[in-house]
Design a protein around this ligand. Sequence first.
Ligand code: SF4
Length: 375
Amino acid sequence: MKVIPAGLYIHIPFCLSKCAYCSFYSIKSTNLIPDYLGALRKEIKFYSKDFHSFDTIYLGGGTPSLLSPEQLTSIFSVIHETYKIAANAEITLEANPGDISPEYLKALRNLGINRLNIGIQSFDDKLLQFLGRRHSAREGIEAIDAARQAGFDNLGIDLIYGVQGKGIKSWKNTLLKAVSFSPEHISCYQLSLDKKTPLYKTYSQEGWQLPAEETGLIFFSTTAEELENAGYIHYEVSNFARTDHLKSSHNLKYWRHVPYLGIGPGAHSFLDKKRWWNKSSVRNYLAELAQNKMPVEDSEILTGEQLQLEALFLGLRTKEGIEIKLYQQKHGTDLLVEKKAIIEKLLEDKLVRIDDGFLSPTRAGLAVADSLALI
Ligand code: SF4
């Protein structure tokens, strides 16, 4: 197979407690972590014939910051033994504010982790409790300060909006507070509730509703305005960066449809039109690897039509949009001819623009990016 610098994702599916709104798969049994690390090391080595080099590594979860420096070292050593990692690779770790001490942060730096994404979510203790987060607002702020002192100059924070009882004014204050720390990257997600979550049950019992579509759009445009006024680039539906260079290079790989390898339960991978994904249960994942089997649940080869649809869906989630010439090279069709009528309508509705060879969503278009992709 081709030698392509791809992105490497490592999933750490452990959380000490479950946030009330979270529907991601994670488990509390941290006693499984040593076995889990052994399995990860095995799976990482499996792909040495398909992937050779990476220029981004992303440790996500779950809660990667539950791992000790020694445990992280055991993962990084096998990565470096097996693959070539670009000298300037972006290496991110998702962290929970309560987990990071100055000593821990120093150890992360020594491992080559140069980007930290902290799950702040809010600066309001009552809201954090409501969401079932296991950290306080003060711990969030201390985590940001400690990361700066440890030398992290590429810091991302995650925030949640649209929570019961918290209107636009409260959200604007959250954004102002976030901006006061000048993080390089901010991700803002509207609360959504899966039926299986405790918070969904609370909402149902109390007769509360998530923000209506119109209110959601107001939150969205307020977020974009506030952060753009503060100098951030709104480069993807939920993501803002202080400069082009500070966009998440790893996540851009997903949106640009370039190869990535996902390691760990439930992780997805993509290479040469093929997508595959792992078994999602930690125990099943461990059982497969204990027998030296690939822990893959299933795979698919994307057809030309599926690749085009995904390129549209993913590309129109980003401010940059779709490079028309590149689209033609990859898919053998002129997007502007093939989708002429609908693109004209979207242009008329000011949901997209064509500029400098790119078809890109406007801010109004980004707000409805999921439906734009249905062109
Ligand atoms: S820390 Fe993240 S993955 Fe874990 S329960 Fe909370 S939201 Fe879910």
